[in-house]
Design a binder for this molecule. Structure first.
Ligand code: SF4
Length: 148
């Protein structure tokens, strides 16, 4: 594992994007960041610049109004990157399924690596999702170093 890959996995920078959620899952993400669950102890930092992000954390379904913004954020993130979707509506459309302006889950617009279920997803589930996401980030980084 090269040094960049190791650093990414040990201290991933996360971009959080609300893609049209009800804010329920966003509140749970804040709970995961706050002192009780404190994901920062794993080196996970929430940032606002896609060009510095390793992980895209998305809540809410893809919809006609903001799918271009979602795609644009994803495209600006450097390789290697992973996408974690938090909540049922981001995974499949959930309670917004078949609404006229809703396209469906986030994977209709960008590739998704980890789906965290729940409406709303609990902070413990979000932390589990992070751990799985970081494993995938490490695998992708390893493949990149090996030229696969
Ligand atoms: S999964 Fe449920 S709680 Fe989470 S953003 Fe969607 S509707 Fe809200």
């Amino acid at each position: 594992m090269d040094i960049m890959n190791k650093a990414r996995v040990k201290s991933p920078w996360v971009l959080h994007f609300n893609c049209g959620s009800c804010n329920g899952c966003d509140i749970e993400i804040l709970a995961a960041l706050a002192p009780r669950f404190d994901v920062e102890r794993f080196g996970i930092i929430n940032i606002g610049n896609p060009k510095q992000a390793d992980v895209l954390l998305v809540t809410g379904p893809a919809n006609r109004r903001n799918f271009r913004v979602l795609k644009n954020l994803y495209d600006q993130m450097p390789e290697t990157k992973v996408v974690i979707v938090v909540g049922s509506c981001g995974s499949t459309g959930g309670v917004f399924y078949n609404c006229p302006n809703v396209l469906g889950g986030v994977d209709k617009v960008v590739p998704v690596d980890v789906y965290v279920p729940g409406c709303a997803a609990r902070p413990e589930q979000i932390i589990d999702g992070f751990i799985l996401g970081l494993q995938k980030l490490a695998e992708k980084g390893k493949k990149k170093v090996e030229g696969r």
